[in-house]
Design a protein around this ligand. Structure first.
Ligand SMILES: Cc1ncc(COP(=O)(O)O)c(C=O)c1O
Ligand SMILES: Nc1c(O)cccc1C(=O)C[C@H](N)C(=O)O
Length: 404
């Protein structure tokens, strides 16, 4: 791949016009959109309006002018990105909180089933929250096994299988329909974490028959730091599952101010307390970008960007830990190196922002909406140079940051 080849791909790229809709810092090649997405330009006026007019002028009246329905309205905007119906998704809280609510609900669904099954090496919060959930439901347990042992771990004691669709470190992707069917064959529910797949790969929860899913919105959906997360529950389970964090926003009549809790119908029962409207406003403006986007174009461009870095990594002699088959991975590429931390820092010093995941992974996010093929080609050239010249052996690059 030459720079000219990359430029030719950019000229033919149907997603190229979206780049201008993001405030990309000058001179930076940003390969960390899988951790914190770039600021969409539309967020700036949307936040200004929310602060100055909605909060500043309309004040409390704004609750009746769009704020109170924001969780459902934003859920309906996320729904097409995961193949759900508009009324099957709600936005609010964090991914961690949604995981807790969904896991406890699943454990209480069928008291004869007492186990959560999940994967060793899953993103830590998923396992930590699962640990917390079983501690809250007497007689239940968490079974964490290697990926190769997951199928054998499912049995008639499994209440719920918790899987992260795309692995945060390696980018390995579970087959959504296949693993949903396996959980169902064992009589269990399935809960998917789409944090690394929503906006990165096509998802169809309806076709797969998935039960529940959660996901964060600050990565590929560019909702902003700490943007509210989403929860999907299949409509057939809406009445059957109960939110254990029974707050007033999930009440059937929050403004009746009654003492006793009575859950709302549909997804509204999964709400807890007052949502952060400023965070919702930022996310909503970011979600509106997705209205006209064809996810198959996202997948095709992601594969093309991956191929560029895979070639550069191979030329540098770096082992790639991400699957070679695009259908079996998400939208980042990870390489192994004994000094991956220092390599990451050396790249950052050159204006190529990726991240390090302990103990030895260099992770580079490929966000088709705002990266050009030429950006990624240039990142590949820097990577080759940092490895070939051993530029990473600079003592300054070994100093550890709090957030890596
Ligand atoms: C798979 C996965 N789940 C959950 C989270 C985060 O959860 P929260 O937004 O609650 O911090 C992340 C990343 O931060 C993640 O990669
Ligand atoms: N959520 C994050 C945060 O609050 C600070 C730093 C990084 C993050 C992340 O998103 C980490 C990310 N989930 C990962 O896959 O590593």
């Amino acid at each position: 791949m030459t720079r000219e080849d990359a430029r030719a791909l950019d000229r033919a790229d149907p997603l190229a016009p979206f780049r201008d809709r993001f405030a990309l810092p000058e001179g930076l090649i940003y390969l960390d959109g899988n951790s914190l997405g770039v600021l969409p330009r539309a967020v700036i006026p949307a936040l200004a309006d929310t602060v100055q007019r909605q909060w500043g002028e309309r004040l409390i009246r704004s609750w009746n002018e769009g704020w109170i329905d924001a969780p459902q309205r934003l859920g309906a905007k996320i729904a097409p990105l995961i193949g759900a119906a508009a009324d099957e998704v709600i936005v609010g809280d964090t991914t961690s909180t949604h995981l807790f609510k969904a896991l406890v609900a699943a454990l209480r669904h069928d008291p004869a089933r007492r186990t959560i099954v999940s994967e060793a090496g899953n993103f830590p919060t998923d396992l930590h929250i699962a640990e917390g959930a079983v501690a809250c439901v007497a007689g239940t347990a968490l079974k964490v096994v290697d990926r190769a042992d997951l199928a054998a771990a499912l049995d008639d004691d499994t209440a719920v299988l918790l899987l992260t669709h795309v692995h945060y470190k390696t980018a390995e992707r579970f087959d959504l329909a296949d693993w949903t069917a396996r959980a169902h064959a064992a009589g269990a529910l399935i809960l998917w974490d789409f944090s690394h797949s929503v906006g990165a790969v096509p998802i169809d929860v309806t076709a797969a028959g998935a039960d529940m899913a959660v996901g964060c919105t600050y990565k590929y959906l560019n909702g902003g730091p700490g943007a509210p997360a989403f929860l999907y529950v299949a409509r057939r389970l809406h009445d059957a599952l109960a939110n254990p964090v029974s707050g007033w926003m999930g009440h059937a009549e929050p403004f009746a101010f009654t003492d006793a809790y009575r859950p709302a119908a549909g997804m509204k029962r999964w709400l807890v307390g007052t949502p952060s409207i400023l965070a919702m406003a930022s996310l909503e403006a970011a979600l509106d970008l997705w209205r006209d986007i064809d996810l198959t174009q996202i997948a095709a461009k992601s594969a093309a960007l991956f191929a560029i870095l895979a070639e550069a990594g191979a030329a540098a002699g770096l082992p790639c830990v991400s699957p070679t088959d695009p259908a079996r991975r998400g939208s980042h590429i990870s390489f192994r190196h004994d000094h991956a931390y220092e390599v990451t820092q050396a790249l950052i010093a050159r204006g190529v922002i990726g991240d390090f995941r302990a103990p030895d992974v260099l992770r580079l996010g490929l966000t088709p909406l705002y990266l050009s093929h030429e950006d990624v080609w240039r990142a590949g050239e820097h990577l080759r140079d940092v490895i070939a010249t051993e530029a990473w052996r600079n003592a300054a690059y070994a100093e550890r940051n709090a957030v890596t």
